[in-house]
Write a protein that binds this ligand. Structure first.
Ligand code: HEM
Ligand code: HEM
Length: 215
């Protein structure tokens, strides 16, 4: 009989990061689409009433601060988190990690049935999360440049790194698509993995625990 044991995998801080990050992105993308093409209540612009677009922008900024705090938490965990949470665990720089990267690619393309078990992320997922982390830094940079154009720091670095406000806005919009495409593929692969391998992958982001086969 196959028996499984519980293994602690994700700290409470990582789970907090995950849900702050995921939920704020849903709000940011929804309000972002509206900011791009506002259609309601614009006729009261300039009157004493607060136009709907201002409310939507306000919600975007509240979510933006949640998002930025989540990114700060993840930066902390990349350095000081548990073994699975540190950046070295997901960089394709060690023999074990490179091996995992190739075997995951083969497994995901249905070429091999072999599942190279790890407690943390597989390397393909981990590397994608790191790219997402840099995309998040970019959203913060371009977002704060748009929000505080008059502040000397953002003005200086915004212009050097992104060009004009309008250019920053375009890049901010385009990089949003990374998050949307990522989310769809993310949830697809989580479900795919959870069906094939009984380690409790999806629930691990709620409980912090995975189930590993006892040897
Ligand atoms: C994944 C995270 C984010 C997504 C998906 C997102 C999405 C968007 C989108 C689609 C727009 C409209 C751009 C356009 O006109 O096409 C926008 C505008 C904006 N976003 Fe974000 N955003 C994110 C994070 C942030 C952050 C962290 C900040 C930081 C304060 C921020 C601040 C702004 C500002 C200031 C605007 C311009 C508002 C205006 O022109 O009225 N965003 N965002
Ligand atoms: C129903 C929705 C979701 C569920 C159940 C879920 C669950 C999970 C699980 C189980 C992991 C770990 C997977 C692994 O080991 O590779 C994970 C990681 C991650 N998810 Fe989600 N997720 C959801 C939505 C999202 C969304 C919308 C985003 C952002 C766009 C997101 C961003 C991330 C990131 C960045 C990681 C890596 C965490 C880390 O840095 O260690 N997730 N998620």
């Amino acid at each position: 009989m196959v028996t499984y044991e519980k293994q602690r995998c994700w700290s409470i801080l990582l789970r907090l990061f995950h849900w702050m990050f995921a939920l704020s992105i849903v709000v940011l993308a929804t309000t972002g689409f509206y900011i791009n093409n506002p259609w309601a209540g614009n006729m009261i612009e300039g009157s004493r009433a607060w136009p709907i677009t201002s409310y939507v922008r306000y919600i975007h900024f509240i979510a933006a601060y949640t998002f930025s705090s989540a990114v700060a938490i993840r930066l902390f965990l990349y350095i000081f988190g548990n073994k699975q949470e540190r950046v070295l665990d997901i960089l394709p720089v060690t023999g074990r990690n490179l091996k995992n990267l190739f075997s995951t690619l083969l497994h995901y393309s249905y070429i091999s049935d072999k599942h190279d078990e790890r407690l943390g992320h597989n390397l393909l997922a981990g590397a994608t999360y790191l790219i997402t982390f840099f995309a998040a830094l970019f959203m913060i940079l371009s977002g704060f440049y748009m929000l505080f154009p008059e502040v000397a720091f953002w003005q200086k670095w915004g212009v050097i790194l992104l060009g004009s406000q309008q250019q920053a806005r375009l890049y901010h919009h385009l990089v949003m698509w990374w998050f949307i495409i990522f989310s769809v593929i993310h949830v697809y692969f989580l479900t795919w993995n959870d069906i094939r391998h009984p380690e409790g992958l999806i629930s691990s982001m709620f409980t912090g625990v995975k189930f590993k086969q006892k040897v």
